[in-house]
Each structure stands twice: as C-alpha cells, then as structure tokens.
Design a protein around this ligand. Structure first.
Ligand SMILES: Cc1ncc(COP(=O)(O)O)c(C=O)c1O
Length: 390
C-alpha cells in the first residue's frame, strides 16, 4: 500500500529521461489553459452556487449541451438538437457506454485497421468478437466491408457495430473522402449496421474546415458520433459527448450508470460551459491549431530531409503522422535502437487486432513537443535507421 502511494503521480505520462517521446498522443502541457480554467471555475461557482456541486441532470450539464449544439453548427454539416447529445467522461467512456448499452454478448464489432489501439482495448473489455476490415489511403475499403459483412451473415454471426475514425485518423492521420463517407453511411443504413464514429480530432484541423462527420451525413440513425474535449481543451477534464438519435441518447441518459451517478463530470462540464461562454474555448482551439500546424510542418519537413526514403502521411489535422519505413527496416528492431539514441515511437502492430498483418510502419505523434525538438527527434530516428541498416 505505502509503495503504491509512494509511486502515485498525478499524470498518466511518465517521461523517460533523455528520450523525445513521440509515442504518446498527449497535448503540449505548456499550451494547456490553466489560468483560463481557474477563472472559469471561479465564475461558474459564483453563478451556480451549490447547484454545481449537486448530482447533475442525467444527459449532462445543460449549458455544455447547448454549447456543443451551437459549436457543431459551426464545425459540422449538421447540428444536433439538445435531445441528441449526452455528455460523457471523454471519448473513451463514450465508446465504452456505446458497447455496454448497444451491444449484446457474442455480437461482432468491425474495425478498419489500423485503428486507435486503445479503442481496441476498450472494445476487448466487452464480450464481443472483433473482426478486421481493410483500409487504404482513403480509409475503410467498402468492398472489403461488404465482403466481411456478407461472410459473417453466412456464418450466422451478427455484425452489429463498426468502429471507425473518419476524420484526422489515429494512427494514420488520413481523412475519408466525402464520396466514401456518404457511401459508408448508406451501406450501414442498408445493412442495419450501427457506426460508432470516433470524432475526437474534429477541432484540430490545420488546412481549412474539417470534413462533415458521418453523423452529419446520416439521415437514418445509423451513426453514433463520439466526441471529446481532451484535444480541444484538456484531457484531465475527462469530458466528451455522443451525438445520436433521440432514442439512443435517451437510452444512454437513462441507463443505470447515469441514473445512479447523474450526468458525467457535472462540475467540470459546468465549468467548461462557463469557459466556452467567455470565448476562451475558441481562443484555445486557435492556439492549439496554430501550434500543432507548425509542429506537423516541421516534423514532415524533417522526415523529408533526414529519412527521405520513408513514405509519410500528411495529416490535415489531429496529432499523428504514419511513416512507412524504408525497405528492409523492421519497426520492432528499430524501436530499441531509436530509444538508445533518444527518441521513441509506436510500431504499426499496436494498431492491429492481430499484429501479424501490420506493415513495417510507425506512428509519430507531433503534439507534445515544439518544432525544434521534433526536428531533433527526426535526426535521432534517421541515425537509428542508418545504424540498423549497418
Ligand atoms: C481516436 C481517439 N479516440 C479517443 C481518444 C481518447 O479520448 P478521451 O481522452 O476523450 O477519452 C483518443 C486519445 O488519444 C484518440 O486518439
């Protein structure tokens, strides 16, 4: 027990001395809005008094729900109504709630791979089967999706849910084309397949507005969108949301978890609404975008200069660049050499259900460090590649 207490630290991330760690998709801590959230907390407590310390209304703090509706009217092609939004404790808990309430034991969840490794982990906590679908540079391959669904139906299995990241993908950085988005939504509606769309990175777009969400394109109730404030404000708030049909939203708001505990993170949610009302949210999103755009550009320029025979994705938003390693370079062999030279990454197999099909690729997160440190990381990566090639 005392050991545990001695080990306890406030943050999840444990820095490794001397290592520029591009394995973690965390924000640059120096950009987090400490002063603004302190002031918003004060204002929210003045405004709401004891109400901010009560159990909150089950779907979530109403001022935050209203803000989400108004904000999505600006950043997406369709805005939800308040009865279509439920506040969650981050996108992670949103996905867990979808799996808890909308899946039955033994049903099959489809994932286009590679995908966010911790979504695989969340879904693996549920008694469902996970089934891979192929993806290419434009996202999920619809022919393969149709093939997998038909095969499952022939085998008497029920493909119930597809988890996918259409916009600023983790780990590849790519976004699905408008044409493929619409075709995917149509296919899901026709097949009775529910899509869990992870829309965590919508606010972090660097080259113009983000594409419309699958949720916005869907007119048939085939999509539950999972959003987050972890990347647009701060992960420690543990706040996100789902947008869904009023029926699904009501199912979530009236499930046992929220019925028992009230709306998720009521205090933090009400503070966040106060923060947003002052204009601080928009200023922070702009601040993040300006910083991350510069970081992305420096990382890509560094890779082009120092590892010219690697093939890199060019993300229009989000945190990640996907690097197909030069021929003959194996990600798992490169990793320890890179760490010894002072940089870290995640190998591609982390983003596959069964790592055997993973390409020799790596994910680099450009979110946590300023441009000059990212350049240094690439120089170290290039040295590791040279060393491995002998
Ligand atoms: C695609 C994706 N979904 C969800 C999350 C987790 O979001 P949250 O912190 O809101 O639970 C992340 C964080 O890295 C992510 O990249």
């Amino acid at each position: 027990m005392s050991e545990r207490v001695g080990d306890a630290r406030l943050g999840q991330y444990v820095p490794a001395p001397g290592v520029i760690d591009l394995a973690w998709g965390h924000p640059d801590p120096t950009l987090l809005p400490v002063d603004q959230l302190r002031e918003a907390t004060h204002r929210a407590m003045e405004r709401h008094g004891p109400d901010i310390l009560e159990y909150g209304s089950t779907a979530g703090s109403p001022p935050l729900i209203n803000f989400i509706c108004a904000r999505l009217a600006e950043t997406d092609a369709r805005a939800p109504g308040p009865d279509q939004v439920v506040i969650t404790s981050g996108a992670s808990q949103g996905l867990d709630l979808v799996a808890t309430l909308l899946l039955q034991p033994g049903e099959t969840v489809l994932l286009d791979l590679p995908t966010y490794h911790l979504a695989i982990s969340i879904l693996s906590d549920h008694p469902v089967q996970l089934k891979a679908v192929a993806s290419d540079a434009d996202g999920i391959v619809l022919d393969d999706l149709a093939r997998v669904v038909a095969q499952l139906r022939r085998d008497g299995e029920l493909p119930r849910l597809l988890y996918t990241i259409a916009t600023f993908h983790n780990p590849t950085g790519r976004s699905i084309s408008l044409e493929r988005r619409q075709a995917l939504v149509n296919f899901a509606a026709q097949e009775g397949l529910l899509i869990a769309e992870d829309d965590t990175y919508r606010e972090l777009s660097y080259d113009g507005p983000p594409p419309p969400s699958l949720w916005a394109l869907d007119g048939a109730g085939a999509v539950v969108r999972i959003g987050s404030f972890a990347k647009s404000v701060a992960p420690g708030l543990r706040l996100g949301y789902v947008t869904a049909t009023p029926e699904i939203a009501s199912r979530m708001a009236n499930g046992g978890l929220l019925d028992s505990g009230g709306g998720m993170n009521h205090f933090a949610a009400t503070v966040l609404a106060e923060y947003a009302a002052s204009g601080d949210y928009l200023r922070q999103v702009e601040r993040f975008r300006d910083a991350y755009r510069g970081q992305r550009d420096r990382l890509l320029a560094g890779l082009a200069t120092h590892v010219p025979d690697a093939a890199c994705s060019r993300p229009g938003g989000g945190f990640f660049v996907w690097v197909q390693l030069p021929p003959g370079v194996v990600a798992d062999e490169l990793a320890p050499i890179a760490i010894a030279r002072g940089m870290a990454f995640l190998p591609a197999h982390r983003f596959y259900v069964d790592g055997s099909e993973a390409p020799e690729a790596i994910r680099l997160a450009f979110s946590m460090y300023p441009p000059e440190v990212l350049e240094d990381a690439v120089v170290r990566l290039a040295a590791a590649v040279t060393q491995l090639r002998g």
